[in-house]
Design a protein around this ligand. Structure first.
Ligand SMILES: Cc1cc2nc3c(=O)[nH]c(=O)nc-3n(C[C@H](O)[C@H](O)[C@H](O)COP(=O)(O)OP(=O)(O)OC[C@H]3O[C@@H](n4cnc5c(N)ncnc54)[C@H](O)[C@@H]3O)c2cc1C
Length: 276
């Protein structure tokens, strides 16, 4: 079975070949671009179905065609106005999906379930002045969407994106993202001077060395931002490992932040960047 065998253009139940038929409730989309950053990280772009709508920050389930397709949650990294869909992915050694996904090439097909969802959306926050986005690793993906959405700049004066990784080379996606965003014809002017990227590393020395929670607690991140994280005027989104989410949630609660959801907007929201 090759990936090329499954180039069915739409999700309809398709031909009755179990390897090529697109499952009900899925789109079949074509990979257009791939960029590898490290042995463990890459991004890819693929076609976007004309009928597919999502809110910046949401995730979808994606999988590769095959006898027993396996779907995994992926945050959509592109903004909702983009005619392509972008994803930023880890490569887990031996991982059921990413051991195959890491080898995709332009022209290959990816299956995507039709319904996006998620809590990292601006609608789940009450209005504020500054939006802080805290990510570890691939947890930056939903924020890659949000910082490229004009609505984010209509709702907030400043966007502060904070990413923690183990090594400096793992910060490459964030750096190119921030640079491209301020140069972008659609959002560049809005983002210029209002979007700030702050990065930290845990296993290599860099401008900020240490865990995000440690460096938030000791004031280093706020010093870099030139602003205090204040529950009255600021809003926050968090995406990372379970341990990071729990620690950051505690820290924000201590500062008076209240966790929100789609049904009940408040001053911060969280989402797991992976399960496990
Ligand atoms: C809401 C949500 C959104 C997600 N968005 C993304 C995304 O945008 N990009 C992305 O790469 N992954 C994302 N994930 C994780 C993704 O669903 C898969 O787990 C990942 O692609 C690995 O799949 P796998 O089948 O190869 O390995 P799995 O069997 O899924 O994972 C094996 C182990 O690898 C570790 N792991 C898995 N994913 C990650 C990760 N992203 N970072 C660090 N460790 C990880 C965990 O310990 C896990 O138990 C998301 C998960 C959730 C719940």
């Amino acid at each position: 079975m090759t990936l090329q065998a499954a180039r069915t253009p739409a999700c309809a139940g398709g031909p009755q070949d179990s390897l090529t038929a697109v499952p009900d409730g899925c789109f079949a989309e074509t990979v257009t671009e791939i960029e590898h950053y490290t042995d463990g990280l890459f991004r890819f772009r693929m076609t976007r179905p004309a009928s597919f709508r999502f809110r910046s920050g949401e995730f979808v389930m994606i999988g590769l065609p095959g006898e027993r397709p396996m779907y995994r949650a992926y945050s959509i990294a592109s903004p909702n106005w983009d005619d392509k869909l972008e994803f930023y992915s880890i490569k887990v050694p031996g991982g059921p999906l990413t051991e195959r996904l890491r080898h995709v090439q332009p022209g290959d097909v990816i299956w995507m379930r039709r319904k996006p969802t998620g809590t990292l959306v601006i609608d789940a926050l009450v209005p504020g002045k500054r939006l802080w986005m805290f990510a570890t690793g691939t947890g930056i993906a939903p924020f890659a969407s949000i910082i490229r959405d004009p609505e984010s700049y209509e709702k907030f004066d400043r966007l502060i994106l904070v990413q923690g990784c183990r090594r400096i080379d793992e910060l490459a996606y964030a750096a190119s993202l921030a640079a491209q965003t301020v140069d972008d014809p659609l959002v560049g002017e809005m983002a210029s001077g209002r979007l700030q990227l702050i990065t930290a590393t845990t296993r290599e020395p860099s401008a900020i060395t240490g865990r995000l929670t440690t460096r938030l607690a000791d004031g280093r991140i706020e010093t870099a931002a030139g602003s205090r994280l204040d529950a009255e005027s600021d809003r926050a989104m968090i995406c990372g490992s379970m341990a990071m989410l729990n620690d950051m949630r505690d820290l924000l609660r201590q500062r008076g932040f209240v966790e929100g959801s789609n049904a009940r907007p408040a001053s911060f929201v969280i989402e797991k960047a992976f399960v496990g």
